[in-house]
Design a protein around this ligand. Sequence first.
Ligand code: BGC
Length: 734
Amino acid sequence: MKNFSITLLLCVLLHPFLKAQLYTPSPAAVQKSKALLAKMTLAEKIGQLTLYTTDWGSTGPTIREGYKNDIKSGACGNLFNSHSTAFTRELQKVAVEETRLKIPILFGFDVIHGYKTIFPIPLGEACSWDLAAMEQSAHIAAKEAAAAGLHWTYAPMVDIGRDPRWGRVMEGAGEDTWLGCRIAEARVRGIQGSKLGQTDRLVACVKHFAAYGAATAGRDYNTVDMSERFFREYYLPPYEAAVKAGAASVMTSFNDYDGIPATGNKYLITNILRKEWGFKGFVVTDYTSMNEMVNHGVVADDKAAGELSINAGVDMDMQGSIYQRFLAQSVKEGKATLKLIDDATLRILQIKYDLGLFDDPYKFCDAEREKATLLAPEHRAAAREISRKSIVLLKNDKNVLPLKKNQKIALIGALADNKTELIGNWNGAGNAEDCITLRNGLRDGNVTYVKGCEVDGSDRSGFEAAINAAKQADVVVIAVGEKAMMSGEAASRSDITLPGVQEDLVLELVKTGKPVVVVLMNGRPLAIPAIAENATAILETWWLGTEAGNAIADVLWGDYNPSGKLTMTFPRSVGQVPVFYNYKSTGRPYDPNSKWNSRYIDIVNTPQYPFGYGLSYTTFKYSTPTCDKTTFKQGEKIKVSVTVTNSGSRDGEEVVQLYIHDLVGSVTRPVKELRGFQKIMLKAGESKTIDFTLSNDAFSFYRRNMTRGSERGDFEIMVGGSSEDTQKIKVTMK
Ligand code: BGC
């Protein structure tokens, strides 16, 4: 018992230092892979560099069928979109019994926010600011997927999202680079665990490398153009953080960077990823992104696309069949070397060895484990917990929330009684039937449900019934938002207001004079100025997954005090996009009383709801922050302290956020940048003093000569409960 306590204590004390390491293949995997490579024909090697989808699903054009024949001939060594122990066992059997070298297949799948138990969409989950909970949900997702025959997931997606028109913002952590890095690390740890080969973990795949989130005009698959300074400062760090947390694979992106598509971009893959960061895992393309370089116009045909890719450092061709069709010929012509192919093959084999697949190719195909693991009660409980933490209370006039059980509630909206949309886009193997609707979640209340209108379309025929129900109720709860397929891949929107006539219905209900609580269900920040002004309360619930209805009900009833804070800014209008908290001052900062400055003539510059914003059923008061030294030497650590008091009458959690502002830099600096946060629980009336330690890294950036480091001078340090609600002190670095 004593030993156990000491070990536990050591674990707790050491936890922050037990950082996952860069993935390094084990010596045994390296040695065995080399021995196997020596026996392989060129065709067999190229087979290991080939990845096909099965007919169980696809996210793009399926350009190759007959994958079973390809397995048998050794022409395809990896598959995706095939899962369940039964199906993966069937396919694995072909590989290990019917091929010459019996090399096991690697099975991949997009497990983005859950496999069977579906968690909140990643953007929603990020709003919990709870890294441990995010790590846990990634672990549960991996555990379920690994129990269903899978080895590899295409997650985490770490693309910075500053443009809500881009539907894929739902898959990431939001707009902030520093927070994005912390979340990327947590998700990699959750997915991959401490080492490959555990049967409750998967190989992580960081995507989409690189800068995919900056698609011009928020239109998916669009090109990207930015300075290297901007790229390294804001877009690149989360990929690095994920790689350095141990992610063993990386996926290229569809876009170009500096004029060269990512899949053929040697600067990104070889120079930055492998040489600068020391990445030792393998690189896979995105779905046919190799072929798409022909459309980008940097190569004339598929064969040349393959040559550009292999020379750039791409190991595996997802669904393009280019390596399979042309790589051997390219070697003959001297346009690709055998050495490049050997290195790529080794990187993939090493991971198969480290997973233990050569010892037991069916290691992840245990039907009993699958049955016991999927949708286990403890997974649902964890999903409910993180779901309620992900909810952001945007408005709560007259403390209309929480609701009281004796109130008569008119529940309105198609999304309030819908299961399929709640599990959101990229919902793994999740089943809508397993999902708790909002209507079901509110089952203990005095609730009358009326649909009112659909999510989209122009039909107003249900308005009257909804208005009548509202008139007879004490309070209206209306669920509005997007359908799952309106966000995610290939789902950019030029208009990010509520689709259909939903907003009109909300405004009609407001006219009844009854308090109207709007429950938003959506995959991106929306522009909702009329609702922000007129609704009594607004809860942003994203798509919360399997336990959505229970989690929302927990918040509506006050069984859980909301604690989420936005990780992506809500604009007032799409015309403000991109709008984000860490903007730069400009030479003519906003002045509402003057014309000749950086502003619109028809709208204010400020967003509807800023980054870091979110209310609680209680209130928090902040002291002015203090610092142990107001003057410090470059490289020296400083300690910033703030006292936070729960000044309301309910216990609650608060996300205490710390931002810095470098007042004069050799290059322009943002008006504020997040550099730390702590999520704390305070009982009603309780105060706590929170300390933040800032090291040189917190003050560092890419200086004028492109080296990363700090510069002496004055800084403001701001602490508060939102990016727009902080108190500051000034410190000087000597
Ligand atoms: C997406 C990737 C995904 C891949 C495989 C692509 O279309 O961009 O994020 O991992 O398909 O499904």
